[in-house]
Write a protein that binds this ligand. Structure first.
Ligand code: ATP
Ligand code: MG
Length: 649
């Protein structure tokens, strides 16, 4: 088998071979980025099939994304002595797709509610109905509910001792009932119900004999429910292999616990442990930078990594004045490299910390007509629901009859979409030329509070028309969101809130480049149009395209050239992980000692994100720190100073 692999150019090293040949019982492979963990998983799957003659369909391989699942199947298919059919029979899945398949088989047909915006809106309506809209924010409650469920608890068991706890529980249970009433599940429900299904001894033992070998990639990011699934499924045969890297835990906000991997050998004292010390991915300078950086984390297992390859060029660093210049710099650089024949677009990945921090870059890509693929998020910045609402208000200020834009105003007015649409249809028949919003005040189906809201909205829209774009955005932001975003929050801060703030800041920066609302909207429309044209071209095959991804999405992947943008204090590490911010959020609920621990933990997670980002690069790494963003001055990221081992850049 190994000779056959070598003929295909795969020369595994000693510890890798040991892991591949591992027979039965628990196995832990804890190793740094790019040391061949995923490679070993694929090779061991092949070995089990080709050498141990285990039927492929008995092997369950859990990956973090569906893309990773299909990639690993491709890797397996390329192994000589494995038929395509066998490679296909391997159960390579994500926790969610595995769970959903089981639930479907046992006759459960709930619809999957995957859209975050919908859940957000439902929560908002419930808050309003329960008169709690002033106190709580939908995204915070959704996140709190998710982290409760992902710790393996059912919503019905939420604490209800204090008045506050009782209120929160009432809201969250109403949300749960809303879903149940419509036969819907969100992603967390899939996992909870799967875990529940595994409590049935008979079902469980069937599954245990159906999947006799289990392997899990990226084990460092499993949460409690997922860990529980893994333990149950492998409990009978204990043929469990997990691989991961504690330095790459980046999903704590989803309940991931580093302990799952760090304590594996405590839970399975007889586990074989195999370290993989050789990094085959990155040039030694890139690896050195990653290592220098991650060594600053305290909560980790120390590792010694050596690069297999020769020493390449040192990582390149630049500090453009702002995000617009950063975007031009990066795109000039990429275009130049492509022109010189050093790379093709598909060799290049641009990584960023948050959705908002890629706005300027995305615009450059679109305006220059450079092919790119953006994972996970296929809408232009201006078409994201939060941003679109504000842009549509601007549209209405120029053209009060714009029907498309009218729809966006309904959400913030608490008018259900269907009602709004039937109103438009009525208007269309009665008096097609009239200004829909004005007549909305006289619509008999409107409740008094909605009528007031509509009148106020009309005043606002008239006012916006006279403002410069950036002030118009600020005005709406103040009215619609500030109360939400700044209210003292008894629950933990959340990524959703951060994302909202980031996006709004970004929108202001973009608006500030234009003198009139007209110009600003024309710019946004132009981008949307170009984006649609690109999408149409790209349908089917990504072809030779640059990849634009968040660091979270880039996990497990590798690229010849990597550009890490936004390496500035406030973006990476993100402002929400910085001391002042965390402390402010925690004051109400935590002691000082807990606070300082949480601050540290948040910063270490940001450092792990930076580590994941730099270790995606094979040959060249370019890092940029914009010195201004969102209208404020910013220092280069502290992580760079750590990584380059200097005090000042
Ligand atoms: P990550 O932590 O980022 O998920 P990983 O440990 O899973 O990384 P892989 O993706 O498996 O690492 O491997 C990184 C790169 O090294 C891949 O390009 C892979 O093909 C290559 N590689 C792995 N093992 C060997 C080997 N023995 N010889 C040569 N190349 C190897
Ligand atoms: Mg991997």
């Amino acid at each position: 088998y190994f000779r056959a692999l070598e003929k295909e150019g795969i020369h595994l090293n000693g510890p890798q071979i040991q892991a591949v040949r591992h027979g039965s019982g628990p196995l832990l492979t804890l190793a740094g980025a790019g040391c061949g963990k995923t490679t070993v998983l694929a090779a061991r799957t092949g070995y089990l099939i080709a050498v141990r003659e285990i039927p492929a369909s008995q092997i369950l391989l859990v990956t973090f994304t569906s893309k990773a699942a299909s990639e690993i199947k491709e890797r397996i298919a390329r192994i000589p002595c494995i038929t395509t059919r066998a490679a296909r029979a391997v159960q390579a899945r994500t926790f969610h797709s595995f769970g959903l398949a089981l639930l479907r088989q046992s006759g459960q047909h709930e619809q999957i509610l995957s859209d975050y915006a919908t859940r957000h809106t439902i929560m908002k309506i419930i808050l309003r109905r329960l008169k709690a809209g002033e106190t709580y924010q939908p995204e915070t409650l959704l996140a709190a509910l998710s982290s409760w469920k992902m710790s393996g608890e059912w919503p019905s068991d939420l604490p209800s001792k204090t008045a506050e706890e009782m209120k929160i529980k009432e809201i969250l249970l109403t949300y749960e009932e809303w879903k149940q009433g419509r036969n819907q599940w969100d992603f967390d429900d899939i996992l909870l119900h799967t875990s529940d299904l595994l409590n049935d001894p008979q079902r469980l033992s069937e599954l245990q004999s159906r999947f006799t070998y289990m392997m899990v990639d990226e084990f460092q990011d499993t949460n409690t429910v997922q860990y529980d699934m893994v333990q149950k499924l492998s409990a009978g045969h204990r043929n469990l292999m997990v691989v991961g890297d504690d330095d790459q835990t980046i999903y704590s906000f989803n309940g991931a616990r580093q302990e799952s991997i760090l304590d594996f050998d405590k839970v399975y004292p007889d586990a074989t442990i195999i370290a993989l010390p050789i990094n085959y991915r990155s040039d030694s300078r890139i690896l050195g930078l990653g290592t220098a950086l991650i060594t600053h984390n305290e909560f980790r297992r120390p590792k010694q990594l050596v690069a297999a390859g020769a020493e390449g060029l040192p990582p390149h660093y630049a500090s453009p004045a702002n995000v617009e210049e950063e975007a031009s710099f990066v795109m000039d650089h990429v275009e130049n490299q492509v022109r010189l024949g050093k790379v093709t677009y598909s060799d290049v990945a641009i990584l960023h910390r948050t959705a908002g921090s890629s706005r300027a870059l995305l615009e450059q890509l679109l305006l220059r007509g450079i092919p790119f693929v953006q994972y996970g998020n296929n809408t232009v910045f201006y078409d994201q629901s939060l941003i679109k609402t504000l842009m549509d208000h601007l549209r209405l200020s120029l053209n009060p009859r714009c029907k498309e834009a009218f729809q966006s105003t309904l959400g913030p007015l608490y008018i259900p979409r269907e009602d709004g649409m039937s109103y438009l249809v009525e208007q269309e028949n009665k008096q097609p030329k009239k200004y829909p919003l004005i007549h909305l005040t006289r619509w008999d189906r409107l409740k008094p509070f909605q009528q007031d809201a509509v009148k106020e909205r009309i005043r606002l829209i008239k006012k916006l028309a006279s403002l410069k774009p950036v002030y118009a955005i600020q005005e709406m932001r103040r009215l619609f969101y500030d109360k939400y975003l700044e209210a003292g929050d008894p629950l933990l801060h959340t990524q959703y809130k951060d994302t909202m703030i980031d996006s709004l800041d970004e929108l202001e920066s973009a608006a500030a480049q234009f003198d009139t609302i007209d110009q600003f909207i024309a710019h946004a429309d132009e981008l949307t149009l170009r984006h649609q044209q690109m999408e149409a071209l790209r349908d089917g095959d990504a072809g030779d395209a640059i990849q634009l991804l968040t660091i979270h999405r880039a996990k497990g992947m590798e690229f010849r050239h990597v550009y890490l943008i936004g390496a500035s204090e406030g973006i990476l590490p993100h402002s929400t992980a910085l001391k002042e911010k965390v402390t402010q959020e925690m004051k109400a609920t935590h002691s000082e000692k807990v606070e300082s621990k949480l601050v540290k933990a948040a910063l270490e997670e940001e450092r792990r994100l930076a580590y994941v980002a730099v270790t995606r690069a094979k040959e060249r790494l370019y890092i940029t720190s914009p010195l201004h963003f969102h209208g404020k001055a910013a220092e280069p990221s502290r992580f760079l100073l750590e990584a380059f081992g200097i005090k000042k850049l």
